[in-house]
Design a binder for this molecule. Structure first.
Ligand code: HEC
Ligand SMILES: [Cu+2]
Length: 319
C-alpha cells in the first residue's frame, strides 16, 4: 500500500521535470501566471491555517457570552467581507492577465493550424506568408501573436514554459500572445484530446536571438534547392508523395500533410517526437503506423534498398 502510494506520487512528480514545466517559466506570460499561482497557493495556506486555528481556539475556549457582538463582527468581516474583497481582487488580477495574453498586438504574427496530428505553421511577413510545420521558432524578447485555428477537431495549443494554453477551434480564430524571455528549446504540445495520435502531437518551440531568428526565417522563405535529376526526388514523385506534401520549388504542391520544403532543418520528425535522423526517416516511410499510429499518411512497406536510400537522402537534404 505504502509502496504503491510512493510510486504514484513519484509518477505524478515526474511531470514537474523537463522542458514542459510551466513552474520554470521562460516567458513573460507564463511568468505572470506562475506569480498568480504562488500567491494563490501561499495565500490559501495562510487563510487555511487561520481558519483552522480559529476553529480549534473556539473549541478549546469557553467563550464569554458578553463577547457575542465582537464575535458577530468577526464573522461578518472575516467570513464575508474579507473573502469577497480577496476573491474579487484575484478575479480582477486573473482577468488582467487574460486580457494581456489574448491581446491582439504583437511584434510578429504566426498563424498555427491544428491538424490531426500535426501543426501547420505560417509566419506572416511583409513579403508574404512563410509556410512551415511542426516547429515554431521565436525571437527572444519579442511578442509573438499567435492566431490559432483548427482544421478538423478541437485541439489546444500549449507551450508550458512560455504560456498558454489556448483552444484551437474549427471555423473560429483564437489568439494568444507569447513573449519569450530565455533562449532554448521549449516544447509544446496539444492539450486537448483530439483522437488517436493526440499524445504524439507535439512540437519544438525554439527561442533564438533576434538575428539568428531573422536568418532562419529568411532561409525558410526560400524554396528548396532540388536538382531535377535527383534520384530521390524521382522516387518521391513516382510514389505520389507530392499529392499530400508540398516542397516549394518543385511540382509537389499537396496541401494535406506538413510542408517539407525545409524538413531536415527541423530538429524533430513527426511533429516533435523523433530525432531527425536518416534511420528514423526510413522507418517513418516504411513503418509509418508503428512510428505514429492512426495518422493520415499511408505506409510504404514495399520501398526498400536503393530506392528507399535515395528517398531518405533526398529528404535529409531538404535543409
Ligand atoms: C495521403 C497523404 C499523404 C501521402 C501520400 C504521404 N504523406 Fe507524408 N504525411 C502525411 C500526413 C498527414 C503527415 C502528418 C502525420 C502526423 O504527424 O500526424 C505526414 C508526415 C510526413 C513526414 C513528417 C513531416 C514532419 O514535419 O516531421 C514526412 C517526412 C513525410 N510525411 C514524408 C512522406 C513521403 C516521403 C511520402 C511518400 C513516400 C509521403 N509522406 C506520403 C500525409 C501523406
Ligand atoms: Cu490533441
Amino acid at each position: 500500500m505504502r509502496r504503491s502510494l510512493f510510486l504514484i506520487i513519484l509518477a505524478v512528480l515526474s511531470g514537474c521535470a523537463g522542458r514542459h514545466n510551466w513552474l520554470a517559466s521562460a516567458g513573460e506570460e507564463a511568468h505572470r501566471v506562475e506569480e498568480l499561482f504562488w500567491v494563490l497557493l501561499v495565500g490559501a495556506a495562510i487563510i487555511w491555517t487561520g481558519v483552522i486555528g480559529a476553529a480549534v481556539y473556539a473549541q478549546r475556549r469557553q467563550i464569554d457570552p458578553s463577547l457575542e457582538k465582537q464575535a458577530r463582527r468577526f464573522i461578518v468581516w472575516g467570513g464575508a467581507v474579507l473573502p469577497t474583497v480577496l476573491v474579487g481582487g484575484l478575479l480582477i488580477w486573473g482577468l488582467v492577465i487574460l486580457r494581456d495574453i489574448t491581446s491582439d498586438e504583437g511584434d510578429l504574427t504566426i498563424r498555427v493550424d491544428g491538424e490531426r496530428w500535426w501543426w501547420r505553421v505560417i509566419y506572416e511577413t511583409p513579403e508574404g506568408d512563410v509556410v512551415t510545420a511542426n516547429e515554431i521558432r521565436l525571437p527572444v524578447g519579442q511578442t509573438a501573436l499567435f492566431r490559432l485555428t483548427a482544421d478538423d477537431v478541437i485541439h489546444s495549443f500549449w507551450v508550458p514554459a512560455l504560456g498558454g494554453k489556448m483552444d484551437m477551434i474549427p471555423g473560429r480564430e483564437t489568439q494568444l500572445a507569447l513573449t519569450p524571455r530565455k533562449t532554448g528549446n521549449w516544447g509544446g504540445l496539444c492539450a486537448e484530446f483530439c483522437g488517436g495520435a493526440h499524445a504524439l502531437m507535439r512540437f519544438d518551440a525554439i527561442v533564438m536571438e533576434e538575428a539568428d531568428f531573422e536568418a532562419w526565417l529568411a532561409h525558410e522563405a526560400e524554396p528548396a534547392e532540388v536538382a531535377e535529376s535527383d534520384p530521390g526526388y524521382t522516387v518521391f514523385d513516382e510514389e505520389g508523395c507530392g499529392a499530400c506534401h508540398t516542397i516549394r520549388g518543385t511540382e509537389a504542391e499537396g496541401p494535406v500533410g506538413p510542408d517539407l520544403t525545409h524538413l531536415a532543418a527541423r530538429e524533430k520528425l513527426g511533429a516533435g517526437i523523433y530525432e531527425m535522423t536518416p534511420d528514423n526517416m526510413a522507418r517513418w516511410i516504411t513503418d509509418t503506423h508503428e512510428m505514429k499510429p492512426d495518422i493520415d499518411m499511408p505506409p510504404y512497406p514495399d520501398l526498400s534498398g536503393a530506392r528507399l536510400d535515395q528517398l531518405v537522402a533526398f529528404l535529409m537534404s531538404l535543409d
